[in-house]
Design a protein around this ligand. Structure first.
Ligand code: PLP
Length: 479
């Protein structure tokens, strides 16, 4: 992570002082957040540290501008500079990923998925229906035709990865609008290997015949063969949508190529910009030309006015992601995940799928006699920030869980090496071996009950500090 120069440091200091003059608690919380992030081993697989130029780009007057619509076609006057921002961000996204089309407005990953769903419904259901009825827009439909079309929307099916196999809530689950919009069936992983069973997936898809086959995950520690997913989608006439929110940085850094490059095989690809891609919080949709016009209807179909300051920050981050440095970073993220996995395996840890070949590992903590919730809390007491996660066929359910998910993107940004990640594995195993569950965690959600042996939290924090001090976060930034 490059040294923050004196001018940038003084600019941040001044800004915080000004904020403090208006609401001191916010200035103080901002300083404290930096101190906390500096002092913790951040292993949350979906988090990262954006560069100061990316962070600074978010804090400008672009925040004040309304710009519903698309470049050159806005519902508000005076959008010429927003047009520049959106065009530049989209151009970078197309170049970086080799996509035919990029839509950079979504405010988050969930929003990007919503845009994708509505665009696919518009393209595959609405447009053919309008054509058949000789109508140009839905305004031309009779009440009866409109009623029939709305029912047809509600009959569509999606097929995505099961939650406990690592899929995401937005891939058709009942606690998300996607599960209420669509009929859903999920595909899991092989109970023996923990890997996606493509033959079974193919059989299930042939039986279920989804409109949309969704690939992508939040907690699957392996690569996906998108060429095979494309074949399956074609065999059943489905649109292939890939949600690469988690691993977009590995696609951008050219770690996932050929069959593993989603852009080369999917019709529509959604992503977040703040995880392994290391940009500002936000989402994007990439697609073939066929879906471009329908995706452009995202705002105001399902999105509010675009956050122009965030699109500007996306542009800066996407420019950074096109550098050789970013490719090295992406390679290090993947290499470090290998070191972390090996660090657990050689100390007797059990990993879902037996390892990793992306940016995350899923540690099965039942071998330590713990639930995911107990492990997550004990680790946090020792300054190690992780998140609990279900494992396939989880015996402890989705709240307590049996796993802990750990990712390498954030600490790799700080400059952690393979050796450092081996030490991180050692520290985590030490904490978990010294954590005793107090009660079986069943029943209603509540506090995780466990005891951490005396002295373990302190010795872990001390060891973690040594690692963290070797790789400072925003070095030179003194607030
Ligand atoms: N898709 C996947 C695969 C994710 O892992 C996540 C976030 O956890 C999302 C979508 C949602 O992203 P956001 O929190 O930006 O809405």
């Amino acid at each position: 992570m490059s040294q923050v120069n004196a001018e940038l440091n003084s600019a941040y200091k001044t800004i915080l002082n000004v904020i403090g003059g208006i609401e001191p608690r916010i200035a103080e919380a901002t300083r404290q957040e930096l101190a906390d992030q500096r002092a913790s081993l951040k292993l949350i697989a979906s988090e990262n540290y954006a560069s100061l130029p990316v962070l600074a780009t978010m804090g400008t007057w672009f925040s004040d501008k309304y710009a519903e619509g698309t470049v050159g076609h806005r519902f508000y006057a005076g959008c010429q500079n927003v047009d520049t921002v959106e065009s530049v961000a989209a151009e970078h996204a197309r170049n970086l990923f080799g996509a035919e089309y990029a839509y950079v407005q979504p405010h988050s990953g969930i929003d990007a998925n919503l845009v994708a769903y509505w665009a696919i419904l518009a393209n595959r259901i609405e447009s053919p229906a309008l054509e058949q009825l000789g109508a140009k827009t839905v305004n031309d439909l009779t009440e009866q035709d409109w009623e029939t079309l709305r029912k047809t929307f509600g009959e569509q099916r999606v097929m995505g990865m099961a939650l406990d196999a690592g899929g995401h809530l937005t891939h058709g689950f009942r606690h998300n609008i996607s599960g209420k919009m669509f009929h859903q069936r999920s595909y899991g992983t092989d109970p023996e290997t923990g890997l996606i069973d493509y033959d079974k997936l193919r059989r299930d898809a042939k039986e279920f015949k989804p409109l949309i086959l969704i690939a992508g995950y939040s907690a699957y520690p392996r690569r996906v063969n998108f060429a095979t997913m494309r074949e399956i989608a074609d065999e059943v006439g489905a649109v292939l949508m890939v949600d690469m929110a988690h691993f977009a940085g590995l696609v951008a850094g050219k770690i996932f190529q050929g069959d593993e490059n989603p852009i080369a095989h999917a019709d529509v690809v959604t992503t977040t910009t703040h995880k392994s891609l290391r940009g500002p919080r936000g989402g994007m949709v990439l697609s073939t030309k066929e879906f471009a016009a329908d995706i452009d209807r995202g705002c105001p179909m399902v999105l509010g006015g675009p956050l122009s300051h965030m699109m500007a920050a996306k542009a800066v981050a996407l420019a950074e992601a096109q550098t050789a440095d970013f490719q090295t970073y992406a390679q290090n993220v993947a290499d470090n995940a290998q070191s972390l996995a090996e660090g657990f395996l050689k100390r007797g840890g059990k990993l879902v799928t037996g390892g990793t070949d992306n940016h995350l590992v899923l540690l099965d903590v039942t071998t330590f006699g713990l639930t995911g919730r107990q492990a997550e809390s004990a680790l946090l007491d020792a300054g190690v920030v992780t998140n609990r996660n279900s494992i396939p066929q989880d015996p402890n359910g989705a709240w307590y869980t049996s796993g802990v998910r750990l990712g390498t993107p954030a600490l790799t940004t700080r400059g952690f090496t393979g050796e450092d990640f081996d030490r991180v594995a050692e520290l985590i195993v030490d904490v978990l071996e010294n954590t005793t569950p107090v009660t079986a965690s069943t029943g209603k959600p509540g506090k995780a009950k466990y005891t951490l042996a005396d002295g373990v939290a302190d010795r872990t924090k001390q060891a973690a500090n040594e690692l963290l001090n070797n790789h400072p976060l925003y070095p030179g930034l003194e607030l």
